[in-house]
Ligand binder design. Structure first.
Ligand SMILES: C[S@@+](CC[C@H](N)C(=O)[O-])C[C@H]1O[C@@H](n2cnc3c(N)ncnc32)[C@H](O)[C@@H]1O
Length: 254
């Protein structure tokens, strides 16, 4: 029986992978990966079969059940099985369903954390999400619920938080802005929309809560987080950090 590693690939740039993740990828026999994982990250798993299992958000739960089953089956045939997920595997990544399936089948697993989109975005913006005197409270929320999932009270969480990071919200920008303003969040709350953080084509749009629908219309089709709260007043559209081209060489030096 093999072991399954739920590994965070980070937000995009391949050199934001952890050393632990890189070492496990090198030993991997088989890798099941999300759609947006950088090709250089996948290249580290030189000896592994690589299988794309990316789902679009809101997809039907059978797709997830199929992935769970494939992980269990793979652990019966391989020693090192990797489930490589964008960002951190435990945030909005349906990791628990995979963990539950592995536990039920008596398969050993380990989680390797990754850089999540919220912190990648704060780096792009040059702001601290918990700036002293402004924010002691950060929430990560998504208004998106899969079919059949109960509604969640995301707006109350955003209202109560000093800083909020909204995942998977760009397609719902009109509804998010209207709901938060209706619930009492000031229209002029500083806001940033960060698309494709840490990717070469990343984009930062700054404004207020009232501007969110317009900013979302100007954004592209890449993965996007929306950040809001007083700390965003200091946000700047920083020049993109240049990702290291050759992560193999970087790892040799490490
Ligand atoms: C299914 S969730 C996975 C989140 C991931 N596990 C994480 O920790 O970042 C996908 C959402 O994460 C956000 N996201 C992921 N990568 C991003 C990036 N590079 N830039 C901006 N947002 C990103 C977007 O809101 C996207 O719709």
């Amino acid at each position: 029986m093999g072991k399954v590693y739920l590994v965070g690939a980070g937000p995009g740039a391949p050199d934001l992978l952890t050393l632990r993740a890189a070492e496990i990828l090198k030993r991997a026999d088989i890798v099941f990966h999300d759609a947006l994982v950088h090709p250089q990250t996948l290249d580290l798993a030189a000896r592994a079969d690589k299988i794309a299992v990316g789902k679009r958000s809101g997809s039907h739960s059978t797709a997830q059940k199929f992935i769970n089953k494939r992980l269990v089956d793979a652990a019966r045939d391989h020693r090192v099985v990797v489930r490589l997920k964008g960002g951190d595997p435990t945030l909005f990544g349906r990791a628990q369903e995979e963990i539950d399936a592995l536990r039920a089948a008596g398969i050993d697993f380990e989680i390797v954390p990754g850089v999540t989109a919220a912190t990648a975005a704060s780096a792009e913006l040059g702001v601290s999400l918990t700036r002293r005197g402004f924010a002691r409270h950060v929430v990560f929320v998504t208004p998106r619920a899969a079919k059949g999932e109960p509604e969640n009270d995301w707006a109350t969480s955003v209202l109560a938080a000093d800083t909020a990071v909204i995942y998977m919200g760009a397609g719902l920008a009109d509804a998010i802005s209207a709901e938060l303003i209706r619930s009492g969040k000031p229209k002029d709350t500083p806001l940033a929309l960060v698309e494709s953080a840490t990717f070469f084509e990343r984009r930062v749009l700054l404004g207020t809560l009232a501007d969110l629908p317009e900013l979302a219309r100007r954004a592209g089709s890449g993965p996007t987080v929306v950040l809001l709260g007083a700390v965003l007043k200091a946000a700047i559209a920083k020049p993109a950090a240049v990702a290291v081209e050759d992560i193999e060489a970087l790892l040799r030096q490490a």
